[in-house]
Write a protein that binds this ligand. Structure first.
Ligand code: ATP
Ligand code: MG
Ligand code: MG
Length: 372
């Protein structure tokens, strides 16, 4: 069969759909939102909840394989679909990434280090956690956080108690706040036979807990880049992951590499591959889930990817003149219906023979977008 099922209808699903169609596949998107970025573009959009078994059966029966763009697809959904076709990645791999506590234990089990952490499931866990973790620290909900949502910086046991209540006393993890030298990420593809390919290590600049820019290649030593790729590969292998996944790292001021978190899917920090690599992370995902050979992951030009958040949208779209007049910049919009502050509406990639020039050009364009 030549139909791929995509669980989730966000921008990652949309860019996957474009890549899949370029390779001759049809895509069916299952996503509850009728106006989703991927649903609008797919050959078919099944507008249903992820636990609607009737819809899932209809979906699974039409697909040769099912994949996902969203880490919070219930494991039960992924398991249910295996009755009808292969599901890549598998439920067990995705599930590990849905809970920060489970994920951090898993990272340790691979011989790698997360930032120091302690579980906080109830108020009574606080005194012990305070003996293990130094302040300042970050309290994060174990489940469902993204773009820095569900995280509170705390400076004392009293603040921690208040923050836990503010987060509605759901399961949390208290994490040491790390003095960051840099943040980097690895996007990796793993095949059905367990072979792996990494894209070049990317460097990530965040603003307010949200990714602002990704630079490739990362400005780190070849040794550190290799260490990050090796770490990502051991995580993917232990997960028996099939598809494309991402690993976010902290580089501490002491030069240590810590694993921040995993994403069982393509990643915002991999969008640079669309314009600066021989093949994109989305093409690679199509290839992995369809058991095709790897595409070439080589970076052909240094690149800066800049996110376009809803903050730039006033009563109308931003004025793209400056961006479109830059011959080495490429605009990607996701077709979202409503702009909200902090919402990822699109991105642009700026290519240049050297990273410094790409960064200067991207920053010049971004400053203009903020002005008008
Ligand atoms: P994503 O959208 O990447 O899934 P998230 O909501 O899961 O984000 P994290 O990746 O945990 O959030 O944190 C977002 C950002 O906040 C990090 O990339 C980093 O810049 C900062 N941050 C998070 N935890 C720490 C920490 N322990 N020490 C220092 N900075 C941190
Ligand atoms: Mg996350
Ligand atoms: Mg993150």
């Amino acid at each position: 069969g030549s139909t791929i099922g995509m669980l989730g209808g966000g921008q990652l699903g949309r860019m996957f759909t474009i890549a899949a169609r370029n390779l001759g596949y049809k895509v069916i998107v299952l996503e509850p939102d009728p106006l989703s970025p991927a649903g609008q573009l797919a050959d078919q959009h099944l507008c249903a909840a992820y636990d609607d078994e009737q819809a899932l059966q209809q979906f699974g029966e039409q697909c040769a394989v099912v994949t996902t763009e969203f880490e919070n697809i219930p494991a039960k959904t992924l398991e249910f679909l295996t009755q009808f076709c292969p599901v890549r990645p598998a439920a067990a791999a995705v599930q590990v990434t849905q809970d920060r506590l489970v994920e951090k234990e898993f990272i340790r089990s691979c011989g790698l280090s997360p930032a120091a952490f302690a579980p906080i499931r109830q108020l009574a866990d606080i005194p012990k956690a305070c003996t293990q973790i130094n302040f300042p620290a970050i309290l994060k909900t174990a489940r469902l956080g993204y773009d820095g949502k569900g995280q509170i910086l705390v400076n004392s046991p009293a603040e921690l108690e208040l923050a836990f209540q503010q987060l509605n006393a759901v399961d949390c993890v208290l994490e040491q706040r790390i003095e960051l030298e840099k943040e980097v990420s690895v996007i990796l593809a793993r095949s059905v036979t367990g072979a792996m390919q990494c894209f070049p290590v990317a460097e990530n600049l965040h603003r307010n807990g949200i990714l602002h820019q990704t630079l490739a290649p990362a400005r780190i030593s070849a040794e550190l880049a290799e260490q990050a790729k090796q770490a990502a590969q051991s995580l993917a292998t232990k997960l028996e992951f099939v598809g494309v996944m991402a690993v976010e790292f902290f580089v501490t001021c002491q030069g240590e590499l810590l694993v921040n978190e995993l994403a069982p899917r393509t990643h915002n920090s991999g969008h640079y591959t669309l314009d600066a690599c021989i093949s994109s992370q989305f093409e690679q995902q199509v290839r992995m889930v369809c058991a095709l050979p790897f595409a070439d992951t080589r970076l052909h030009t240094p690149v800066v990817m800049t996110n376009l958040l809803g903050d730039l949208w006033g009563s109308s779209q931003p004025v793209w003149d400056e961006l479109l007049a830059s011959p080495n910049s490429k605009l990607h919009l996701y077709g979202k219906h409503a702009a909200r502050a902090g919402r990822k509406m699109g991105h642009f990639c700026t290519l240049a023979p050297d990273l410094q020039s790409a960064l200067a050009e991207a920053n010049r364009i971004f400053a203009r977008l903020q002005q008008v």
